[in-house]
Design a protein around this ligand. Structure first.
Ligand code: 6PG
Length: 247
């Protein structure tokens, strides 16, 4: 676990989302103050939906949305209108409710039937936005991540090929258990971030969280373990239920 990892346990999911919203606002304020813009990668799944709702209501006027640029750390291989789409979830929970320009929103072109082509296109979008050369890893101000009950994060699932990727920013990752590709940030891109915040809630995550934070199983079995920002901040925001098996 990164020496810079901070584990912050709160009692309830509501407190978790409030703490996460504070982290986003703090990261945004400092990024805009120092660099004039805030570049965030959103996570998908169900947990962050309440955070996005909270940001859309409570932070609607607190954040410099016109200097905020939204990306996704992973996406399902579906069109943006699909109920499975991480873009659709974040758009409905937050983006369409806040004064942010469509030009600031960079969704994964996951409607492309060729998942590899979608990943390559998104990678080029990142390289252009951050003005980095191939081989360089852009630095997100904040990457939000969740963790599955199997310890996966983004779409880096246990035993999948993407875990070995060392040079690409974004890849299409075949996930056998779902018989589908997912498009995902790679570990080197995640670990280049200034700040990574994991949001973990619920008893169904307790076993994986214990393995990730306290176990000695290899990271390939619990990919969330492999997220250790090289020189960035790592914060684990966990609620009591998810933390129930920790020492
Ligand atoms: C996704 C997410 C994924 C998610 C975990 C946890 O595309 O599903 O990016 O990594 O964060 O699966 O999902 P829940 O928050 O729904 O438990």
């Amino acid at each position: 676990m990164s020496a810079l990892a901070e584990i912050r346990k709160v009692a309830t999911p509501q407190e978790l989302f409030a703490a996460a919203a504070d982290e986003v606002l703090q990261a945004a304020k400092s990024a805009v103050a120092v660099r004039g813009r805030f570049i965030i990668a959103l996570s998908g799944g169900s947990t962050p939906k309440s955070l996005y709702n909270l940001l859309a209501t409570n932070a609607k006027n607190a954040l410099a949305w016109d200097c905020t640029f939204f990306f996704w750390g992973d996406e399902r291989h579906v069109p943006p209108t699909d109920p499975e789409s991480n873009y659709k979830m974040a758009n409905e929970a937050m983006l369409e409710k806040i004064p942010v320009s469509a030009a600031n929103i960079f969704r994964v072109p996951a409607e492309n039937p060729d998942a590899e082509a979608a990943a390559a296109e998104y990678e080029q979008t990142l390289q252009k936005f951050f003005a980095v050369e191939p081989g360089q890893f852009p630095q997100f101000d904040l990457i939000l991540l969740g963790m599955g009950p199997d310890g996966h994060t983004a779409s880096l699932f246990p035993g999948t090929a993407a875990l070995q990727e060392k040079s690409r920013l974004v890849v299409a990752n075949w996930v056998e258990k779902f018989k589908t590709h997912r498009i995902t940030f790679t570990l080197p891109l995640l670990n280049a971030a200034r700040s990574v915040v994991f949001l973990v809630s619920g008893t169904d995550k307790a076993d994986a969280l214990k393995n990730v934070l306290e176990g000695d199983a290899p990271g390939e079995q619990y990919p969330s373990k492999l997220v250790r920002p090289t020189d960035g901040k790592l914060i684990w925001l966990i609620d009591r239920a998810a933390a129930s098996k920790l020492n």
